[in-house]
Design a protein. Sequence first.
Length: 139
Amino acid sequence: MQPTISTHGIFQGSLSTGDITLFSIGLPVLDFGSIFKICPTFNIYAEADASIEADLEMDVALRYTASGGQLVYPSSQSQRSGGTYSPGDSSTNVQLSAGPSVAADAQLSAHLEPSIEFGLSLAGHNTGLYLASPSSTYT
């Protein structure tokens, strides 16, 4: 007997760094007396994303030697199932293969995002209002 065990698997994964600040500098404050201030900041952020998908097949061939095998159903006193079964050498038949229908796909993207953010201050108190003007460059 030479049975084969076949398995099929799909691997998927992704990774993202999130925004990483590469450069940040405060620009000169626009001051309108002690009543109103605009505080601009120039920032450059970077981000990297990666994803992978792989489709994999594995076949393992097994060998067994059957000698005098007999199956009797239902068994009786005069006739019983029997025989000798022993494993053969299957170590040379292990195969890891990727068939023609298998696909592997990997993607890597990098983003560079410059932005100008404006903070506002009224009568010496920060308003908590921040305006951002982002732009993106994808490679």
